[in-house]
Design a protein around this ligand. Structure first.
Ligand code: KIV
Ligand code: ZN
Length: 532
């Protein structure tokens, strides 16, 4: 039964360990505009393993060949957590999920079907009897492959409790080892969710023998509160995502759940095995690779989550930190800027620093990182761990993308006339191409000049600009999402020059979109209508 836990006489789990099921790479990746490639997903999965999550939902293998390959690569390479693949109830879905995850040391299949009448009638255009049959067949088929099978009655919180309980019983009879209760549309309230789970425990006594899981969406801003209510009702697995990314308003935020349980451990008597000092770094990585910025006031990982603006607060914290801080920033890995290199640091020092941060790079990748490090160290007095992290996530990824790279650019900007840019781009087939454009602003001119050089009519859909650290000589960081013929791609870059960072990020995003458009593969291009 793997992840199931012990129980009290009233049917509730008594183990004080809450399993963290991370769905950043599946539900999170379904956020509009996010499209991670295989290398990026692998990088996030390795970081999730370092963070110490229990389960990684690596993707939805039937959704596209790219999704399948990413889940397979994660299953083959990432050690530690259970690697889970999502599947609808069809045999094809379950076969795809199994084939993608079977090389993991700890594979799991997560299968789901809706139990709410609104979904059954309008989306599945089916009947309750059919849903029961599909749930039974799906779990039974998955069990032919492996022991660890999770079942979710989708939209459960808007479904009839008795019917949902019946479907759960069927899944249990077929051997499901985790039952997850999704609040798919983020509709429920904490007291209702707690009562709903309590009712399910009453209706399905066999739930006591398996792990109960919660999966809450944030449409009303209640995902974390609802997840916590679920834990209070006995759930011992929380499905969540880094920075709370996910469908629509997103999922419960992993860092908030983890720090809620850790900070209030004495009262709730529950905790996770997550290494909390990795939270900030994981958040930054996910934000960089997805192009989804983290709000400055976001709990736990926002830039201002530990900043004190008012004089009274500053005064209090200086006298005694706990006057206005319930957590220490170092416990979530903020302010972990201990590594400092300078322009005289050599390749060896860079490699050691990167190793200390968990990046093992050698050969050409180290050469590339070193070249960029030197460029930056020449312009910046101190290169910190945060700078290195941004640089390495930026540089290493570009190796895998292939496609176009920026050769050089020139921009003329003045308050007297519209800015003009000339760019030169290295082509994937060799050689360079040039383009120029007079745009609305210097960055717009560069982007349009890149379009002219490559002959690709890319459309910008997201543009985020920020600074990696504080101070005037901070590295600028740009994330871009753009669209080519309906295919989206994201790109990021860092540089001491923000136009340079923007141009590099744009060329990367363009390369990803063009590659996608060529293969004709859009993430989550599901064959049928029932995307979760
Ligand atoms: O929100 C949802 O219902 C889901 C299921 C697939 C668990 O994501
Ligand atoms: Zn979901």
């Amino acid at each position: 039964m793997g992840t199931s836990v012990g129980n009290t006489t009233d049917g509730r789990s008594e183990a004080n360990r809450v399993l963290i099921f991370d769905t950043t790479l599946r539900d999170g990746e379904q956020s509009p505009g996010i499209s991670l490639n295989r290398a990026e997903k692998l990088e996030i999965a390795h970081q999730l393993a370092r963070l110490g999550v229990d389960i990684i939902e690596a993707g939805f293998p039937i959704a596209s060949p790219g999704d399948f390959e990413s889940v397979q690569a994660i299953a083959r390479e990432v050690e530690g957590p259970i690697i889970c693949g999502l599947a609808r109830t069809s045999k094809l879905d379950i076969d795809a999920a199994w084939n993608a995850i079977k090389d993991s040391q700890r594979p799991r299949i997560h299968t789901f079907i809706s139990t709410s009448d609104i979904h059954i009638e309008h989306q599945l255009q089916s009947t309750r009897e059919d849903v029961e049959g599909q749930a039974r067949a799906a779990v039974a088929h998955a069990k032919e492959y492996l022991d660890d099978v999770e079942f979710s009655p989708m939209d459960a919180t808007r479904a009839d409790a008795e019917f949902t309980a019946g479907v759960i019983q069927i899944a249990l009879d077929e051997g499901a080892t985790t039952i997850n209760i999704p609040d798919t549309v983020g509709y429920t309230m904490p007291h209702e969710y707690e009562a709903f789970l309590a009712r399910l425990y009453e209706l399905v006594p066999d739930l006591r023998g398996v792990t109960l899981s919660v999966h809450c969406h944030d449409d009303l801003g209640l995902a974390v509160a609802n997840s916590f209510a679920g834990v209070r009702a006995g759930a011992r697995q929380v499905e969540c995502s880094v920075n709370g990314i996910g469908e629509r308003a997103g999922n419960a935020s992993l860092e908030e759940i983890v720090m809620l349980l850790r900070t209030r451990r004495a009262d709730v008597r529950l905790d996770t095995e997550v290494t909390s000092t990795e939270l900030a770094r994981t958040s930054r990585l996910v934000s960089r690779l997805t192009g989804y910025p983290v709000a400055p006031n976001k709990a736990i990982v926002g830039r201002n989550a530990f900043a004190h603006e008012s004089g009274i607060h500053q005064d209090g914290v200086l006298k005694e930190r706990t006057t206005y801080e319930i957590m220490d920033a170092t416990t979530v890995g903020l302010q972990s800027n201990s590594i400092v290199l300078g322009k005289h640091s050599g390749r060896h020092a860079l490699r050691n620093a990167l190793e200390e941060m968990g990046f093992e790079i050698d050969g050409q990748a180290l050469n590339t990182a070193f070249k960029r490090f030197k460029e930056i160290a020449d312009l910046k007095k101190q290169v910190t761990a945060m700078d290195l992290e941004a640089l390495v996530t930026d540089e290493l990824r570009s190796e895998d993308i292939g496609g176009y790279t920026l050769h050089s650019f020139e921009v003329e900007a003045s308050s007297q006339r519209p800015p003009h840019a000339r760019v030169s781009v290295n082509l994937p087939e060799g050689g360079t191409a040039s383009g120029s454009f007079t745009g609305d602003g210097p960055i717009d001119a560069v982007f349009q000049a890149i379009n002219a050089a490559t002959g690709v009519a890319a459309k910008l859909s997201e543009f985020t600009i920020g600074a990696v650290t504080e101070g005037q000589d901070a590295l600028g960081e740009v994330s871009i999402v753009l669209e080519v013929d309906g295919f989206t791609g994201a790109g990021q870059s860092v540089s001491t020059d923000i136009i340079d960072a923007a141009a590099r990020a744009y060329v990367r995003a363009l390369s990803v979109s063009v590659a996608r458009a060529r293969v004709g593969e859009q993430p989550l291009g599901l064959p049928e209508t029932a995307a979760p």
